[in-house]
Ligand binder design. Structure first.
Ligand code: SF4
Ligand code: SF4
Length: 330
């Protein structure tokens, strides 16, 4: 059932992470409060009352106080994803008691148990900032979840990441397996299929049973389960321009030096088609997607199922020129 709406409120970001999936060539823009008002009005009209604000980096939105006012006015519950760098300066001060009543939690990116492993793919000084942001939330009793990228340099640290998350007070930890991007491939930071399979074995066999944290693996679906219960089975997604996108992961993915071109993931714009037609198109695309996934052989080779999905939506065309990479990540 669709109950959640992911909204990119901006495509600006203060980081330039090596693994970033987002198109950095397209023009930068924030979602206007008027457009957010329309999205919230439409979703409320069909009883959808859960929002996840994402980006880019939400802290860069210049009218965040207006964004919070709208969430409160429409009575929706919300969560937010942040890299944590500007969180204490720009976001936390907006969480007054009125906003807090609607806030379900904040999800931070934490890509290692030390500044060396986190900062190497994010930004210098970003580890200290995100730890401080998490501590500030825990102190304020704001639920915290963590997403942690697993790449070839930090894959040996995944147990330490779980220890750090548990000790700092995070409630859940999602390890993220990476979908190739041009920069990831050229930087040799992508683990091999065998290395990722070992990571999956370690998380499921050793880490999950040992921690009280709610632990998941994102980007991976067990090949024995034929029905894809990933993002689009649970919610719909909007980009910063009000376009319905089939899955937030497919929202303007990088196409190397060329801008992303919309494919089947684009379902229409809220200003033109309204929420009901958008939901119908989402369900039709979900039926097509499930049919494709159930007919494919998920047991083959590269274990990151989002990569297979990116191919399905024509988002890996940039890789076809590099035959060896194209074969490695199939
Ligand atoms: S991964 Fe997130 S924080 Fe990093 S550049 Fe992309 S949008 Fe920004
Ligand atoms: S498999 Fe596709 S639809 Fe599912 S979460 Fe990954 S990118 Fe999104």
């Amino acid at each position: 059932m669709l109950y959640n709406i992911a909204i990119d409120i901006t495509n600006h970001c203060n980081f330039d992470c090596i693994h970033c999936l987002r198109d950095k060539v397209a023009p930068r823009a924030h979602m206007s409060p008027d457009l957010l008002d329309l999205v919230l009005r439409e979703m409320s009209s069909v009883g959808m009352m859960n929002v996840c604000l994402t980006g880019g980096e939400p802290a860069l939105h210049p009218e965040l106080n207006r964004v919070c006012d709208l969430l409160v006015d429409y009575g929706v519950r919300f969560s937010l994803v942040s890299n944590g760098f500007l969180f204490e300066d720009k976001i936390l001060p907006l969480f007054d008691s009125k906003v807090r009543r609607h806030l379900d939690g904040v999800c931070f990116s934490l890509d290692g148990a030390t500044s060396a492993s986190h900062d190497m793919i994010r930004k210098e000084g970003s580890f200290d900032r995100v730890i401080s942001s998490i501590e500030a939330c825990v102190k304020e009793k704001i639920p915290v979840s963590v997403k942690s990228i697993v790449h070839s340099e930090n894959r040996k640290d995944i147990v330490e990441v779980a220890h750090l998350c548990a000790s700092i007070g995070a409630g859940s930890l999602g390890y993220v397996l990476l979908t190739p991007t041009p920069r990831l491939v050229s930087s040799n930071l992508l683990p091999t299929a065998e290395e990722y399979s070992e990571v999956i074995r370690q998380i499921t066999g050793r880490i999950m049973p040992s921690f009280l944290l709610n632990i998941s693996i994102e980007g991976f679906a067990h090949p024995d389960y034929r029905v894809p219960l990933c993002n689009p089975a649970n919610g719909i997604s909007f980009d910063h321009l009000g376009n319905f996108i089939f899955c937030c992961n497919l929202s303007h993915p990088t196409n190397g030096d060329s801008p992303n071109v919309f494919g089947r993931e684009y379902l229409g714009n809220i200003r033109e088609i309204g929420i009901e037609e958008g939901i119908l198109r989402h369900y039709r695309t979900l039926a097509w997607f499930m049919d494709k996934v159930m007919r494919s052989d998920l047991k083959k080779d590269w274990p990151v199922n989002c990569t297979k999905c990116f191919r399905l939506f024509g988002k890996m065309k940039w890789m076809e020129a590099d035959e060896s990479a194209d074969n490695r990540y199939r």
